[in-house]
Write a protein of this length. Structure first.
Length: 90
């Protein structure tokens, strides 16, 4: 198993959080124009943030979330698949 650069993932997560805040503020106000692009961007950012949180948790030997309909093996496999995308060579 290759190493995950946890510090880089935390920085990535902080950057995503900083991008999410103004979009949520904009979407929370009265809409004066179509907001579909902002909604799509927010959905993508939230999914990416979840992946990063799962990767950070996996690097610490934990799971970020659980689903009642998934077995422990499936949860571990899912977290492992996500973490594999962020692995770096030693």
């Amino acid at each position: 198993m290759k190493k995950i650069d946890r510090d880089a993932r935390v920085r990535d997560l902080q950057a995503i959080e900083a991008e999410i805040r103004p979009i949520k503020r904009l979407l929370g106000a009265t809409w004066t124009r179509p907001m579909h692009e902002e909604q799509r961007r927010l959905v993508w950012l939230r999914a990416r943030a979840t992946e990063l949180c799962a990767t950070i948790a996996w690097s610490r030997g934990r799971l970020h979330f659980r689903r009642a309909d998934w077995t422990d093996e499936r949860l571990r496999a899912y977290h492992g698949e996500i973490a594999a995308r962020f692995e770096v060579s030693p």
